[in-house]
Design a protein around this ligand. Structure first.
Ligand code: WT7
Length: 649
């Protein structure tokens, strides 16, 4: 093993861990040599109503593609997260909740959570929600968001959580695609001391003439702020639940029945509805949560992700609760009201495992170590990172300042589509290298291929693919199976293509280098450049737009837009601000362009195709070595763009 910058597994962690390196090697070998036996055995961690007799039934042949796991078994996800814990840990804390304002605190036991979920499930039934219906959830980070998800799972409804930072238009397109009849929201959310008008956003989304399916909206009273009310359609959460029974039988679901939809951006078109099913997803989320975080009963586990993202689904709700963990939910942002907040929460609740994103670490780093002078942090044992590549500098800061140089860091690589973590260290087994996601989890077979799809061996760099299925994999794009096959299985036949590039070093460790498609990653949030472009060109004064990512100190990638205005339009600073606000309103704050460069022309081939590699380089301020511009219709465009580039860092 090459030793430059290697962090060995601490001896005390290795001694007590679920798996050490030797066990990892053995289990990994078994998992890929005989997936049937391996997963058949590990799927027993979940309670099945009717046990499965089939384990793996999958084909990556793009002419005949299917993915099924445990498909003749039946189960219920909510029963696995709640009911089965009642006898042994009914009085244990399931959720510790801390408000945006730290004076608001709440603790919920498994028994209480079970009762709340049952009540809400009964309320949903009373509103006419049936097995298979899609329910849209647009909620702040409150306990009730988890209650809503588990209540859907309990009655076999399919939840579709929309991140609370998305705009009315983004809500509308998801509601339309899911043909949702019922929406769950709150009057307002609270984040960083500010109120978020959730109900008002819902009203605006539902006022669009093309949103026709919604019959009811259930509204949680979070702040008591004034809301508009549509009689007959809108109902208060407390009114529909107060009289509801605290007991609700679970619906018996097939392993391959849908559990949820979650929309995510791709390189083209509208966000896709990623469909996850019940059995394989739950087995995979629970197993990875336990092994990757070396979770021990009684430990307090805090994932800072919002429930609107896949991390919130798999590693705040389903994985940890299926394992009977105590989870911490924080309503606000971990650097408000000051950068000390993260440390205060860890100390206040004696958090043992912390799972967060590089963008937050970089933001804290920029504010300085002094905010952690009073931080004790002795409760912390394991720390995770997710969402984007973590730069070694941020890794080391996380290790030293938050982890007191004793907590192993698990840099977990995965995607909305993968349902759970695929490449990651295991705390007791894997020596870590800052910036590397290291080795595959059990049953995961990564490979690197060249652009023709040839598998590359040894230390090399290429496109990251997966050679075989794992239980947590998405099953289809909701309502568009062809798009599923086309997006993931046609680029390299017989393999799942991740859209990421990666390097493998001489120790077999993977280093994710970032997206190789037109997807950008802003603060760990995924965006299609095409989505931002279509928002921009929807503005009357914009003739054409091209959007790329560029390196950003805190966000990882920032959004850089090249905009050509319609003839005669004056390029003013006001217009630039207006366009930023416009995109924010069309998609959501996370899509706001950081830089907008006025471009009289874009680099196009003679056939009219925009050559994005030039735009990426100019945005990154890499202006030497731009490459061959001779195929451009007008090569002089490049010089003009370079001259007025906005990033000179
Ligand atoms: C994309 C998936 C997985 C939940 C959060 C994001 C990037 C994710 C890492 C990591 C390097 C990472 C990839 C991936 N990514 N984790 N540890 N190291 N890159 O889910 O929104 O579906 O985005 O995030 O580019 O493809 P997502």
């Amino acid at each position: 093993m090459s030793t430059q910058s290697l962090y060995s597994v601490p001896a005390d962690i290795a001694a007590n861990a679920l798996v050490n390196n030797e066990q990892y090697q053995k289990m990994y070998q078994k998992s890929v040599a005989n997936p049937e036996d391996f997963w058949g055995e590990h799927a027993k961690r979940i309670d099945w109503i009717k046990p499965f007799t089939q384990v793996k039934d999958t084909s990556y042949d793009d002419q005949n593609l299917y993915i099924k796991w445990f498909h003749d078994g039946t189960l219920n996800a909510s029963a696995n997260c709640l009911d089965r814990h009642l006898a042994s840990k009914g009085d244990d804390i399931a959720i510790i909740w801390e408000g945006d304002d730290a004076s608001e605190q709440r603790k919920v036991t498994y028994r209480e959570l079970h009762a709340e979920v049952c009540q809400f499930a009964n309320a949903l039934k009373a509103q006419g929600v049936k097995r298979g219906d899609v329910v849209t959830i647009y909620m702040p980070m409150v306990v009730e968001a988890t209650v809503a998800m588990l209540a859907c799972a309990r009655i076999g409804a399919v939840h579709s959580v929309v991140f609370g930072g998305f705009s009315p238009d983004s809500i509308a397109s998801r509601v339309i695609d899911g043909k949702s009849k019922l929406l769950i929201t709150a009057d307002e959310g609270v984040r960083g001391g500010r109120k978020i008008p959730l109900k008002a956003n819902i009203d605006e989304a539902l006022s669009r003439p093309d949103v026709t399916t919604v019959e009811s909206v259930i509204v949680l009273k979070r702040t008591g702020g004034a809301v508009n009310w549509v009689e007959g359609r809108d109902k208060w959460w407390h009114q529909v639940t107060d009289a509801a029974a605290t007991d609700c039988p679970v619906e018996e679901m097939g392993a391959e029945d849908p559990l949820f939809l979650l929309y995510t951006s791709g390189s083209t078109g509208n966000p896709k509805g990623v469909l996850h099913t019940t059995g394989g997803y739950l087995v995979y989320a629970a197993m990875t949560h336990e092994y990757v975080f070396d979770y021990k009963p009684g430990e307090v586990y805090w994932c800072t992700a919002d429930v609107g993202w896949i991390t919130g689904h798999s590693y705040m709700v389903y994985g940890p609760l299926a394992n009977g963990a105590t989870i911490l939910i924080h309503e606000g942002i971990p650097n408000f009201p000051s950068p000390a907040r993260l440390g205060e929460i860890v100390d206040r609740h004696q958090v043992n495992i912390l799972y967060t994103a590089p963008t937050l670490i970089r933001a804290l780093m920029a504010e300085g170590k002094q905010h952690f002078d009073k931080f004790d942090g002795k409760s912390l044992r394991i720390m995770g990172s997710v969402g984007e590549p973590i730069n070694p500098e941020a890794w080391r800061w996380y290790h030293e300042v938050i982890g007191h140089e004793h907590c192993p860091i698990v840099d977990t690589w995965w995607q909305t589509e993968t349902g759970g973590i695929l490449i990651t260290p295991l705390p007791g087994a894997t020596d870590t290298k800052p910036g590397s996601a290291t080795r595959p989890f059990f049953g995961v077979q990564p490979a690197l291929v060249d652009n023709e799809g040839n598998i590359l061996e040894g230390a090399t760099e290429g496109n990251l693919v997966l050679l075989d299925s794992w239980p947590g994999q998405m099953r289809t794009v909701y309502g568009d199976h062809e798009r599923f096959v086309l997006t993931y299985f046609k680029t390299f036949r017989g393999m799942y293509f991740t859209g990421d590039g990666a390097r493998r070093d001489e120790d077999g460790y993977y280093w994710i280098t970032g997206r190789v498609d037109d997807v950008i990653n802003v603060s760990g949030h995924r965006l299609g450049t095409a989505e931002v472009e279509s928002a921009l060109v929807a503005h009357d004064l914009v003739a054409e737009a091209a959007v790329v990512g560029y390196p950003h100190d805190i966000k990882g990638q920032g959004i850089y837009a090249y905009v050509t205005l319609t003839k005669g339009t004056e390029a003013t600073e006001e217009l630039r601000q207006e366009l930023r606000q416009w995109v924010r309103k069309e998609i959501g704050a996370l899509a706001t362009p950081d830089l907008i460069q006025w471009a009289s022309g874009l680099p196009k081939t003679r056939s009219g195709k925009i050559m994005r590699r030039f735009l990426r380089k100019i945005a990154a301020n890499e202006i030497t070595n731009l490459g061959d511009a001779s195929t451009l219709a007008d090569p002089s465009v490049i010089d003009t763009l370079i001259e007025s580039r906005l990033n000179r860092a």
